[in-house]
Ligand binder design. Structure first.
Ligand SMILES: [Ca+2]
Length: 319
């Protein structure tokens, strides 16, 4: 079917954000970052030193206002959720270096696709944010020189923050950290927010069916209840490189009570032969309901319209 191109003003603004977000993750351009995000500069006591070596097993009371969840709420890879640890990740100890490549833009309340690469095998990755306490640690299914991460941003993440990656080899050695500046795209983050991100320059479409049956998607971008598709990426293979779509109910609108159906359609592979991996993120009432990852093969592309797509999940909004 015919479809419009993405035309809203803020797609152009978002592209600027993407470029900014990518500016530090091309390997050589990354600025060095502190190897420790702790702000306490007092010399550690014997007790504190002992505690610091046990960050993986102790759970100090976190300060929510200064915790990593201010920026990042979840990290996954290969269908496994990362562990949320307190304190700071381990410092470098001669392990492998890493580069981080953004395969999608980062949007508020959505999930960014990030690929870690190394010239050497690694078995674990650490993700932290400069100035915020805590970190995520994720074990790979097997030693690899590549790991694809799905990193979910908070709906109120800072306008600019530095995400720090480091990896660990099988022998326990940790490499030097790499910092990536992230400037999230300010999409709508209302009472209900559904988004999808993906990792190739192809056209994926997000469809949300409301309890009243109205379907929000590119050809019906604003619903009667005020639900709106406010980001439609790579529309008709007019590649913006954001690789994100977002549907939300903004200020002054109220999502109806009842069950919502989330579908994702592979509109076009845009000539690519690679598999496209996607992650759907659902936020309701300011809480992360869940993330749902899957993949499209090139032949799954169907140029779909209303009613098209793969059902990803359903969720219920109370009255
Ligand atoms: Ca699209």
């Amino acid at each position: 079917m015919q479809r419009r191109f993405g035309s809203s003003v803020w797609v152009a603004a978002g592209l600027v954000s993407l470029l900014t977000a990518c500016s530090g993750d091309d390997g050589g351009a990354a600025a060095p970052v502190p190897t420790n995000t702790q702000t306490n500069t007092l010399p550690p006591t014997a007790t504190e030193t002992a505690t610091a070596t046990e960050v993986a097993t102790t759970t100090p009371t976190p300060d929510p206002a200064n915790a990593i969840e201010q920026a990042l709420t979840s990290v996954q890879s290969a269908g496994v959720a990362a562990l949320r640890m307190s304190g700071a990740p381990p410092i470098a100890s001669g392990g492998p270096a890493v580069t981080a490549e953004s395969l999608s833009a980062a949007i508020l309340g959505g999930t960014a696709q990030v690929r870690l690469n190394s010239a050497s095998d690694f078995v674990r990755a650490y993700i932290s944010v400069v100035g915020l306490d805590g970190f995520f640690a994720i074990d790979l299914p097997a030693a690899s020189q590549l790991a694809d991460l799905q990193i979910t941003l908070g709906q109120t993440a800072p306008a600019l923050f530095e995400c720090v990656y480091r990896i660990e080899a099988a022998d326990g050695s940790v490499g030097e950290p790499i910092g990536v500046m992230v400037e999230p795209i300010e999409v709508g983050t209302g009472e209900v927010q559904v988004s999808v991100s993906w990792d190739t320059l192809s056209d994926v479409d997000l469809h949300v069916v409301e309890p009243n049956g109205e379907e929000i998607f590119f050809a019906n971008a604003v619903s009667a209840t005020g639900g709106e598709l406010d980001l439609d990426s790579n529309a008709a293979c007019n590649i913006d490189g954001l690789n994100n779509e977002n549907i939300t109910w903004g200020m002054g609108s109220t999502p109806g009570a009842g069950e919502y159906i989330v579908r994702v359609d592979y509109w076009s592979n845009c000539g690519l032969t690679a598999t496209t991996n996607y992650t759907v993120t659902v936020q309701v009432g300011g809480q992360l309901v869940g993330t749902f990852s899957g993949a499209f093969a090139p032949q799954d592309a169907d140029g779909g319209g209303p009613g098209s797509g793969r059902t990803i999940t359903t969720f219920t909004v109370g009255s």
